[in-house]
Design a protein around this ligand. Sequence first.
Ligand code: HEC
Length: 172
Amino acid sequence: MQPSILIYPFLSTFIIGKMFREQKTSSLKQIIMKTKLLIPMAFLFAGTLIFSMITGFKSLQDKKPWPVPDADKNKVNPLKPDASSISDGKALWSLHCKSCHGTKGMGDGSKAAQLKTEPGDFSKVATQSQTDGSLFYKISKGRDDMPSFKKKIPENDDIWSLVNYIRTLKSK
Ligand code: HEC
């Protein structure tokens, strides 16, 4: 969830307020009703604001930095990103990664909703700007909801192929 959801309380209160304003206020009774409605409206506003702030800030917290040791960061990918490595990577991706990260790495896999931490969007610079070595390290080690694949994918070259495949997910 993005901090931009902060827009919702403003939007919902604005729409309800507008709907209400469009009614003609002719009698005294209607004017009193109008003032009474301001109270629930204020609660609605405060309520949705607090809710979206909590979810908004939670999503900011989720993006905790994931440090990678320098030695791992600087490891050189021994595999060229050729068609054969990319197709190996793609097959492994469908098998092990797609369920959380989604077909295109946008973090929208079928299991994504159950995760406590957001898997991120691999088409974006946040992931694409990291070195091959850093991505290798994270896939191999895992953290919290991100499983460690060291045992499930024991061949280093397979993990490097996954890294090569992740590069193809970059947004153009
Ligand atoms: C059970 C769900 C799940 C599966 C399966 C999964 N991941 Fe992840 N992955 C995550 C989550 C959640 C994060 C964010 C972890 C964090 O920041 O603590 C993550 C983070 C990552 C990162 C770091 C991204 C960054 O921008 O720093 C990489 C790389 C990655 N995953 C690759 C893979 C690959 C490759 C596979 C398959 C071999 C895979 N993941 C399978 C949930 C998953």
